[in-house]
Structures are given as structure tokens and as C-alpha cells.
Design a protein around this ligand. Structure first.
Ligand code: TEU
Ligand code: CA
Length: 564
């Protein structure tokens, strides 16, 4: 296995808008991150992945870019960026930027030009089509609700937007567009950026015949995904970017919906020269019912073990993978996968154990290291995500869903759950800002915050630090083979990591009830020493019957190391 910094490091994802406000406008910014670099370093992480920081009107909080080579005004300027990057490198960490090149903002100069006339030089930077009479070119819906087409009155044609109508899709068949995009990426690489997370990258190619999509039961629009996701031409564009822009010192990460451990190699295969690894959506909807307002029990094997083991046991030629639970597009880890009420601390620590001993680069989403939870008491007016309001019209105003259920659904599944301000202290707005925050802090910030947990020896925060330190010390957790133990166990996820004669045994009880693990013949617990346990009584008190059965308490996780 080829050694790489981005395989051996632990990453920390920061949703800049919600991390730390340094200038009292209620919005997180780059200088706020600079203020907190020592905190981030104290976690023991090696790389920081920032959500988009380019100039944007913030229709989709930075995922709608109006200037690819400048910094969003609310976040600061290019000097702040240079100081931040310097501070990151001085602390021996690296920076991964989020690049949104599938679409631009409708306020980008290219689109403003393109709308002026069909003959404009920039017209073909976007995807236009005549309608059918007074209707859009086809029945495609968008990811954010509504049609994927918006009529431009001025030129009488429709433009494609698979996200919001303020995010027109770029036409990657256009050579000049590709050249401009490559120059933009070289501009950031030239500043010393270490890696790139490529947003919605597997949407770069669309079926330009615009066939109608199948209208599924109860859907208002046709299924557009088969015509805008994972089309063959995406590989050509990725190979072109890899060839003309990136070097072996960069890490190039794709965000690729609809990709899993069985087919990710089409993008991450070592010889494909496209992506180093991809962010998938495998754990985004775990526990989500048919209706967003209903939670369903987690099937540990189907929902989690099969997938995470699948990613960890791919052939190394198929490429690398991340290990992450949450990001800015899903809900808080401990709320979705653990128990944020009765077993908040224990389940958060168990999940941390799993993430930081599994195979792949761990991406810790800001706030998960202190066990931040969903904002499950938000009202409609507390939400900010642009996709919510389009869907509200579609679902509630049309009478399909009651207001109460829609709000309950948001409390359980909205992306805003993962976008509330970082909880630094028990002071107003969780110490995030001394102004009115762009989105309210979670009402539990007085109970869950960094200041309090830095002082608590057995806090979730200090447990993350302990595990990150273990991972940074123990290459077995990075490059070790992954071998599941007691695969069929429906409550416990257990596995070995093996590198040479070093073995790490990890055992995680995934639920809030006692469970038993059966050890296979080849594992003698007496060969192992308990290294980490999430129960305060750190000694190994699991009832070990004839060394073959281990009893685990609710959400109990243990890490054993042997060197025989
Ligand atoms: O999300 C991409 C995305 O949502 C789609 O790729 C889709 O969900 C997926 O393919 C389903 O299979 C990225 C960002 O992470 C998100 O925050 C932005 O809103 C979106 O792109 C638009 O830039
Ligand atoms: Ca600010």
C-alpha cells in the first residue's frame, strides 16, 4: 500500500459559516478559524476541509459561486485566506478546499453575460434548451424541489439547474469553460492549497438529449438522476483535471452520490488517474423512515456493517476511502446513529471509537468531537436551508404533508441540524458570536460545549483526542488489513486490524442494551491488552467466559492491542 499523507492523517471538516464569528456580524469567518487554529491543532488532526469560501450570494451557503478566485465577503478576503493557510501550514496541518465546479451562481459574470443574448460568448458556458410550447424542455425535477429548468424571459429559452434556480449548471462539453476551470484550480493550487473536495463532481456530464424521466408514484417531476449522474463523460473531465492541474502531492476527493463500495473504483481506481477517494452517501439516511418524520430502528448489519466493511475490504487497487458519519448535508452523528438522550456520552464515544479505528481517512465534522446534537426543537422560522422552502410549498401548501409532520421531518432530517453554531462555551450564542447568529445555536449549548469538556477528564472531547492520538501513533489503524469478527452479530460491530505481527481488536456495542460477542477460535483475548474503553472504569471488567464470550454493556466500546 503506497503511503500518503492523506491516508495517515485525520481530517476535520469546518462549515465556515458556523464555526467562529470574529467581527460581530453573526456569521463565521476565516479570522474566526485563525483564532481557533490552536484548538483545532489540539485535537491532533492533520488536515482541515473547509466548505466553500469563494464569493457567493449564499443562496446555498457558498455552493453558488459568483467569483471562483475571490473570498466570500462575509468570510473575509484573500489576505485573511493567506494568513489562515500560513497558520495551518505553520502548525504542520494541511488545507483541503471545497471546489464547486458543476454550476455557478446566477450572479456570476459569466451567467449575467450568457443571459444577454443567444450569441453571447458565454452563452454556451451553460445548458440551454427551448421549451415545449409554454413548458420546460422535459419533466426533470431538481434536487431542491421544483423543475430543473428555469425560463429566461429575455432570450425565451430555459436553462438547466439540478440544484436551485440560482445555481445554473455549467456546460462541461465547452472547451473554453474547462480551460477557465482548470486555470481557476491552478490559481488555488498555486497558493499552496493541499487538496480539493470536488462538489457534486459526478454530475459534470448530462444527457444533452434531455429525455423525460420516469415519473415515480406520487412524484411531481420525472426522475432526472439517471441523466445527470455518473455519465461516462465525467471520467474524461476528471482525467483532464488530473492530467492538467493536480500533482501527486495533492489529494483530490470527489463527492459522488449514487456511488458505493462496489462501484467507487470507477473513479478511485489507482490506475484511473481521476480521484483519490470519494465521499459517498451511505450513512446519510440511516434510521430515516419512509416519511422523514418517522425514525426507524437501525439494522446494524444492513445499514452499517456491510457498507463500512465493504469500503474497508476493497482491493487496494480500487483506491482509498473516507470514514465519516456526518457533514453539512446530513444530521448530527450522535442523534442519527447513537442516542443523544439517555446514552449521549457513551454512544458518542462508541461512534468515535468506530470511526477512528476503522480503515480509511477519518473526517470529523466540526462539533461531533463534543457530541453536538440535532436541533430537534427548531420551528420553521429557525431553518435557513434554501431547499426547505421550495419543498414546503410542494409538500405542505399542496396538502400532501401536514405542517406538523413537515417540521418533525425537518427536526429529524434537515441539513440545518449540522449547521448550527459551534458550541464553544455556555455564554450567549455558545460563544460563537456576540451578534445575532445567522442561525440559532442549539438550545443545549450550556450543557454541551468545548470549554466545559476541555476541563472534564472523561468528556467526549478528551476521548476523541485520546483516539486521534492512538491513531496517529498506530499505523496498524491506517494500513492494517480489516477482518470482521462475529459478522452475524446484530448488536456488536467487531473487527481486527492487522499489520505484520501487530493486531488491534475493536469491539463496539452499537445499541443501548447488553450484548455478547463470540470470539473466533483464532482470537485469544489473553494475547491482548485493553488500550481504550469508553466506560469510566477503564479496567477490563467484561465478563469473559472461557475467553470466548465477551459481555458488553450498553454502547460499550473497547480497543485491545496485541503484539505476539
Ligand atoms: O451536494 C451534492 C448533492 O446533494 C447531490 O450530489 C445529491 O444529493 C446526490 O447526488 C444524491 O445521490 C453538494 C453539496 O454537498 C451540497 O451542500 C450542495 O447543496 C450541492 O452540492 C449543490 O452544490
Ligand atoms: Ca463574521
Amino acid at each position: 500500500m503506497e503511503r500518503k499523507w492523506w491516508k495517515e492523517g485525520v481530517a476535520y471538516q469546518i462549515y465556515v459559516r458556523s464555526f467562529k464569528d470574529s467581527n460581530g456580524d453573526g456569521i463565521g469567518d476565516l479570522r474566526g478559524i485563525i483564532e481557533k487554529l490552536d484548538y483545532i491543532k489540539s485535537l491532533g488532526v492533520d488536515m482541515i476541509y473547509l466548505n466553500p469560501i469563494n464569493k457567493s450570494p449564499n443562496e446555498d451557503n457558498g455552493y453558488d459561486i459568483s467569483d471562483f478566485e475571490d473570498i466570500m465577503v462575509e468570510f473575509g478576503d484573500l489576505n485573511d485566506f493567506a494568513e489562515l493557510l500560513k497558520g495551518i501550514h505553520q502548525r504542520n496541518m494541511r488545507l483541503i478546499m471545497d471546489m464547486v465546479i458543476n454550476h455557478s451562481s446566477d450572479e456570476h459574470p459569466w451567467f449575467i453575460e450568457a443571459k444577454k443574448s443567444k450569441e453571447n460568448k458565454y452563452r454556451d458556458y451553460y445548458i440551454w434548451s427551448k421549451g415545449k410550447g409554454n413548458n420546460p424542455p422535459n419533466n426533470w425535477g431538481s434536487f431542491f424541489g421544483g423543475s430543473a429548468w428555469e425560463l429566461d424571459e429575455n432570450t425565451g429559452e430555459y436553462y438547466l439547474h439540478i440544484f436551485s434556480k440560482k445555481q445554473p449548471d455549467l456546460n462541461w462539453t465547452n472547451k473554453e469553460l474547462r480551460m477557465d476551470m482548470k486555470n481557476m484550480l491552478k490559481y488555488w493550487a498555486g497558493k499552496g492549497v493541499d487538496g480539493f473536495r470536488m462538489d457534486a463532481i459526478n454530475h459534470l456530464a448530462k444527457d444533452m438529449n434531455f429525455p423525460d424521466g420516469e415519473v415515480k408514484e406520487g412524484a411531481l417531476y420525472g426522475d432526472f438522476i439517471p441523466y445527470v449522474q455518473n455519465l461516462p463523460e465525467v471520467h474524461d473531465y476528471l482525467k483532464e483535471l488530473k492530467r492538467d492541474v493536480f500533482t501527486d502531492s495533492h489529494v483530490v476527493i470527489g463527492e459522488t452520490g449514487g456511488i458505493n463500495y462496489e462501484n467507487a473504483h470507477v473513479y478511485t481506481g489507482v490506475n484511473n488517474k481521476e480521484l483519490d477517494f470519494t465521499f459517498h452517501f451511505d450513512l446519510h439516511s440511516v434510521g430515516k423512515g419512509e416519511n422523514p418524520w418517522e425514525r426507524v430502528d437501525i439494522d446494524l448489519i444492513k445499514d452499517l456493517k456491510e457498507k463500512m466493511t465493504g469500503w474497508a475490504t476493497r482491493d487496494e487497487q480500487e483506491g482509498w476511502c473516507p470514514v465519516f458519519y456526518s457533514n453539512h448535508d446530513t444530521t448530527r452523528t450522535v442523534s442519527r446513529l447513537g442516542d443523544d438522550k439517555k446514552y449521549h456520552k457513551l454512544s458518542a464515544k462508541m461512534l468515535a471509537t468506530l470511526q477512528l479505528t476503522h480503515k480509511g481517512t477519518p473526517f470529523i465534522y466540526y462539533g461531533d468531537e463534543i457530541g453536538m446534537t440535532n436541533a430537534d426543537d427548531f420551528k420553521l422560522e429557525d431553518y435557513r436551508d434554501t431547499s426547505i422552502f421550495t419543498r414546503y410549498c410542494e409538500c405542505v401548501l399542496s396538502g400532501m404533508v401536514s405542517h406538523e409532520n413537515y417540521i418533525k421531518g425537518l427536526n429529524l432530517t434537515s441539513r440545518d441540524n449540522s449547521r448550527t453554531p459551534m458550541q464553544w462555551s455556555d455564554r450567549e450564542n455558545a460563544g460563537f458570536t456576540n451578534a445575532t447568529p445567522w442561525i440559532n445555536a442549539n438550545s443545549n449549548y450550556q450543557e454541551i460545549n468545548v470549554e466545559q469538556q476541555e476541563k472534564e477528564y472523561d468528556s467526549i472531547l478528551n476521548f476523541y483526542k485520546k483516539l486521534i492520538a492512538l491513531r496517529n501513533k498506530e499505523l496498524t489503524l491506517v494500513y492494517g488489513d480489516f477482518k470482521e469478527v462475529d459478522k452475524e452479530n446484530t448488536s456488536i460491530y467487531a473487527y481486527l486490524r492487522i499489520l505484520g505481527n501487530k493486531k488491534v481488536l475493536v469491539i463496539c456495542n452499537f445499541f443501548g442494551k447488553d450484548a455478547q460477542l463470540k470470539l473466533s477460535e483464532d482470537i485469544l483475548l489473553s494475547d491482548f491488552k485493553l488500550e481504550v474503553c469508553n466506560y469510566e472504569d477503564n479496567e477490563d471488567n467484561s465478563l469473559i467466559e472461557n475467553e470466548r464470550i465477551i459481555n458488553l454493556r450498553p454502547y460499550e466500546s473497547k480497543v485491545y492491542i496485541s503484539e505476539i
